[in-house]
Design a protein around this ligand. Structure first.
Ligand code: ZN
Length: 476
């Protein structure tokens, strides 16, 4: 590797040359205009950019990177700026390259069940493009109105549809990527079968902009589910969720499309802080599961499968109570309880975040052990284990003890996170299930992954980005 890239090489003369590439309206140096790109909604990172560039085509991205590469100027790519680990933030005055103007739907092939879209399309816009062709794009996240396809693929996003359809990686057939030196790799193939050497697209997916900048993708589409049945279930303990999940899979098979879990304290936060949130049960229960089945025909089969599973679960004592959504509105209300959890945590003060996964059968034991570790380190801290049960994905967040100063609690961040990660690793789990590594987990990644894996990752980085200009300080 040559000298590490430095933002100080971003001279006014170079900024003028970059401005000429994207046009004056799309090269932002004014702090007020830059602000939306440099703040993220959790207020954990505040970025600093030498210039914010908003290219309108892959060719413009290519010209920017060719120039940045020639002068060894670091570049931080950004899509919808909804990332949770700081991966999208420039920290040292780098070029911030927003893909937000790359918004074309290049092609929808309803017969081939694929669509080719550019990386600045929001996830909701991509879903709508599929729906307009009577097809279904199943990636689904609470931030789907804001997050963009480039970020979804760059971070291999998960969300609430992974159980039935897989995460972002499983939904991609091909990519167009601008490489660090400005060359455009056209890997936009729409083939289900392609065994011609190394799978390059899977290198870029989940690389968080450290290996290349995704400008377009061929996405997989699915038949549109036309009937859904949704229920909120009350459970006596988290062990019951494990038995219930197994039962629901046996009963509903691939029609089981969601299985989300949360403890009572999380529902309490939502009821307290989210306007118009309502507890559908009259009694308090220790745990809740949001379950959903889907069907391709409107013949009552989605509801039949769900009620069948719930009857057996009641007989086996796995559920204490259940409310089946009687209308679309009620189903949306149930989902809103789930999707407003993030915002409901904020008013409770300091919050230590863990996005981890363990084998499904280990979720109850992991939670018990992690809770005990947290209590030892910071007595009174309030664990909020919730998430996508069917993916083994626990958002093991921890709210500060009531009455403690926020800063005093957050001072425990590294100690608590390391303790949780050690338990995760002992159970054969992952320290980042769906949020990525970014800036936040870089040191932890190097700590928990073996030297061989880190060495391979660094070699790949050096091969694809020899000057180290792409998203420096993130991931590796
Ligand atoms: Zn999640």
């Amino acid at each position: 590797m040559s000298d590490p890239p430095s933002p100080t090489s971003l001279t006014p003369a170079l900024i003028e040359r970059l401005r000429a590439i994207v046009g004056p309206a799309h090269a932002l140096t004014d702090p007020d205009q830059q602000l939306p790109y440099l703040r993220e909604w959790r207020d954990m990172y505040e970025g600093r950019a030498g210039v914010v560039l908003r290219p309108g085509s892959a060719e413009e991205v290519s010209k920017i990177l060719a120039l940045a590469h020639a002068h060894a100027i670091p570049v931080v790519p950004q899509a919808g700026n909804t990332g949770l680990v700081g991966g999208q933030m420039p920290m040292n005055g780098e070029i911030l390259l927003s893909v937000g103007r790359l918004k074309r739907v290049r092609n929808v092939d309803a017969i081939g069940y694929t669509m080719t879209v550019e990386s600045g399309l929001t996830l909701a816009e991509a879903q709508a493009a599929a729906e307009a062709a009577n097809r279904f794009f199943p990636l689904s996240l609470p931030s789907e109105g804001t997050c963009q396809i480039g970020g979804n693929l760059g971070t291999n996003a998960g969300g609430v549809g992974v159980l039935a359809y897989g995460n972002a990686r499983q939904l991609v057939l091909g990519l167009e990527v601008v490489l660090a030196d400005g060359r455009i790799w056209n890997g936009l193939n729409a083939l289900k079968k392609d065994n011609t050497g190394y799978d390059l697209k899977d290198l870029f997916i989940g690389s968080e902009g450290t290996l290349g900048i995704i400008t377009a993708a061929v996405l997989k589409l699915f038949p549109r589910p036309v009937e859904k049945a949704t229920a909120l279930l009350a459970l006596p303990d988290i062990g019951a969720a494990l038995s219930l999940f197994s039962l629901a899979q046996e009963t509903a098979g691939t029609s089981l499309t969601a299985f989300e879990f949360m403890p009572r304290i999380v529902l309490d936060f939502v009821l307290k802080h989210v306007p118009n949130a309502r507890d559908p049960f009259s009694a308090r229960h220790p745990w809740y599961v949001l379950i959903e089945t889907s069907a391709l025909k409107a013949d009552g089969s989605a509801e039949g499968l769900l009620t069948g599973a719930l009857e057996t679960a009641t007989e086996q004592g796995l559920i204490l109570d259940a409310v089946l959504a009687g209308s679309l509105t009620q189903a949306r209300d149930f989902w809103r309880l789930r999707e407003s959890i993030s915002e409901a945590q904020k008013p409770e003060g300091g919050n230590i975040k863990n996005d981890v996964s363990v084998p499904i059968s280990k979720i109850p034991a992991f939670i018990a052990e992690a809770n005990a570790a947290v209590e030892r380190i910071c007595p009174g801290a309030r664990p909020l284990p919730l998430g996508h049960f069917g993916d083994g994905n626990v958002h093991y967040n921890i709210a500060q003890p009531v009455g403690m100063a926020k800063e005093a609690f957050l001072a425990h961040w590294d100690t608590i996170v390391r303790a949780v990660h050690d338990i995760v690793v002992a159970y054969g789990g992952s320290i980042s299930a769906e949020h990525g590594i970014g800036f936040m987990k870089r040191a932890e990644l190097a700590r928990v992954k073996g030297e061989v894996q880190m060495d391979l990752m660094r070699r790949i980085k050096a091969a694809l980005d020899p000057k180290g200009i792409l998203n420096p300080g993130k991931v590796v």
